[in-house]
Ligand binder design. Structure first.
Ligand code: PAF
Length: 297
């Protein structure tokens, strides 16, 4: 593998450990940005954020088979290794780790010890994609053990994923600070995602309906919160789902939840998040929005 002038590219564990240990011996701190490649401006903003918190930044590209369901085709997941390397190098990443599945799961997936984060992994994307979050928490735990970062950056577009990882880090006392970074959007409001590449021009024109209806729902929540006895969160969410479907998408879920527990919102909750997923052609899009309501005196 060619080595970029500024960015080390490493495929094996011993070279990775050696490089990180040498940095540590010099008293340097390490930031980490795990990815599955096909990088866009959202990923690059994670690298920029990591640079604010650490002396050295490690990125990884690993398309993790454990987080793909039986009906999800990992082989067709978009790959763009050359362009990704160029983008990471331009973003001044210090090291790119690109392990193979054999390196991460030498005994195969069925023999692999896994990490299951209860409760928070269950609903929403966890329900639509059984086993997905087990795959995410297992690979992130493994990558954390390999890179041993001080901080790690994740995009808030995957809101539930961030909550799962924060819970894992707290529950397992990992000495790593998780930094959640705002979603980067197209001018249309569509959240940037590696999966947007699946969208045709026609689908691209209707895809913003997801974020538009999340915004609509947030606005309705703010209006309704003026009424003391309002608690029909699911009624409003259902309306938003119908509007998303009318725009030509197929709603998977849209719900108003407590921002930290991800339990369905109740009357006195003020820190909320709207979580949503919808199919647009072949692509399954996800998005979310935090909403803070005034507390009811
Ligand atoms: O968000 C992603 O790209 C993946 O879920 C992650 C965190 C790199 C784990 O494979």
């Amino acid at each position: 593998m060619a080595t970029d002038k500024y960015m080390k590219i490493i495929e094996n564990i011993s070279d990775l450990r050696q490089t990180v240990t040498a940095w540590r011996q010099q008293g340097l701190t390490v930031g980490f940005v795990p990815t599955m490649g096909n990088l866009h401006a959202g990923h690059i903003s994670l690298v920029a954020e990591a640079h604010k918190h650490a002396d050295k930044v490690v990125a990884s590209i690993f398309i993790n088979p454990m987080q793909f369901g039986k009906n999800e085709d990992i082989d067709s997941y978009p790959r763009s290794m050359q362009a990704d390397q160029q983008k990471l190098s331009t973003a001044n990443a210090d090291l790119l780790f690109i392990p193979t599945a054999k390196i991460i799961y030498p005994k195969g997936l069925n023999q692999q010890t896994y990490v299951d984060v209860p409760n928070i992994s269950q609903g929403y994307c966890g329900e639509s994609r059984p086993g997905h979050f087990r795959g995410v928490s297992t690979v992130v735990c493994k990558l954390f053990n390999l890179v041993q970062p001080d901080v790690a950056c994740f995009g808030l577009k995957d809101y539930q994923q961030v909550q799962v990882i924060e819970t894992m880090v707290n529950d397992l006392s990992m000495p790593i600070k998780i930094i959640a970074v705002d979603t980067i959007r197209e001018p249309s409001g569509l959240a940037l995602s590696s999966r947007n590449g699946y969208l045709t021009e026609q689908e691209l024109s209707i895809a913003p309906a997801l974020s538009q209806n999340i915004q609509w729902l947030a606005h309705q929540l703010k209006i309704q919160s003026r009424f003391n006895n309002f608690s029909d969160f699911s009624g409003l969410a259902n309306k938003a789902a119908i509007q998303i479907n009318n725009a030509g998408l197929k709603t998977d879920y849209i719900d108003v939840c407590h921002a930290n527990t991800l339990q369905p919102a109740t009357k006195n909750d003020t820190e909320l998040v709207i979580l949503a997923a919808a199919f647009c052609g072949k692509a399954r899009l996800i998005d979310n929005l935090r909403v803070s309501l005034p507390s009811k005196a």
